[in-house]
Design a protein around this ligand. Sequence first.
Ligand code: FAD
Length: 407
Amino acid sequence: MNKVVIIGGGASGLVTAIKAKTKDNEVIILEKNDDCGKKILATGNGHCNYFNEDQSIKNYHSSQNELLDKIITKENMTKVLDFFDKLGLIPKIKNGYYYPLSNQASSMRNILLSKVNELNIKIKLNFLVEKIEKVNDKFYIYSKKEKIIADNVVVATGSYAGVQKKEEVLGYKILKSFNHTIEPVLPALVQLIGIGTYFKNWARVRTDATIKLYENNTFLALEKGEIQLTDYGISGICTFNISGLISKGLYQNKKEVVIIDFLPTLAKNKKDLSKILELRAQKLNTNNLLSFFEGMVNDKLLKTILRVSDIDFNKTYANLTEEEKEKIVTNLKEFKLQIVKTKSYENAQTCIGGVKLDEINLKTMESKYIKKLYIVGELVDIDGLCGGYNLSFAWLSGILAGSDISD
Ligand SMILES: Cc1cc2nc3c(=O)[nH]c(=O)nc-3n(C[C@H](O)[C@H](O)[C@H](O)COP(=O)(O)OP(=O)(O)OC[C@H]3O[C@@H](n4cnc5c(N)ncnc54)[C@H](O)[C@@H]3O)c2cc1C
């Protein structure tokens, strides 16, 4: 009998266990919490956005982007859908985003755990793995109180994202002890903290916007969608999607600035907006600025912009100086916000960084350094955008590792 031990009963660990189990493989999951798959319950705001139809590489990121096409392939992603189809999970697909038809993340966790039970996979809860050693062909896995011996080990401890006790996520440390290189692990899909004294004025406003990210004054990325203005800076899906780049840039002491266009659909650029406002001023020539912009911009946001531009609300648009008009137009179309920090790991949905891709066999997730040691899920230096990509990768890496073990 071959003994397979999986460290971590989260998304990737549960899938690996199911795929690895055969009549010749005894499979044991070691989970530090009092239950498996707790993070799955929090995904997609409790709905679990577990996959996305658009599996192109642009939705993923790694410090070795050039290797992504070795693993993010159509053929591989079909394996993920087949896996869930076999488990009987019926998807609800909305704009390409997959959720369980029940709309409950708990369905995802329950379906995985039922299969684990049906296959007689053992789960040891409250088992915090602290160290693994390999002596000859055997792995020795230690918690404070116990030692377990295994033939195959799968490290599936996830990243620090969304975790309260970061110091217990020991996957990185364990893999370092086997000489793996860990690219800096930093929060991603996370809120952005800016420099400014006006944040409390715009807090709780949600608005459609286009955001451009500049790093050391060089354009890096563009995102469109709803942003949330908060009392520390900005949040929302499109800010989340650039947060990994920002984390990395800040870590490297680079200057990160976002330029926000608050009127992306009304005018192409500042010149266009100036023209639109001049025409409007001919119709609304006695209105003060609050009533002049009524219905165009959220009123809290408008007041913030006027304050930041140092312009009296009671003026009419026609009475503004050219310099004042330029300030308003610039702050509406090209609002500049310097980002100085991201929120912490605990607030993040994923992390950038992890074990370097060229140290893992991307067909099997086996370490290239240590035979029969597998690395899956967020520990790997691949992260995805919002939209089901991080789970897609967690499932896929589990399927590849488990299939190799059961082969
Ligand atoms: C709030 C939130 C919402 C999210 N929503 C989505 C979404 O809708 N769609 C999406 O694609 N992704 C989402 N994600 C990301 C997704 O949940 C993760 O990418 C995915 O769970 C990673 O799987 P994993 O197996 O690598 O790690 P995890 O699912 O985190 O599992 C790791 C497991 O290992 C255990 N463990 C850790 N260290 C040890 C140790 N030393 N000993 C024993 N056990 C240990 C942990 O307790 C945990 O159970 C979200 C994340 C968060 C935090």
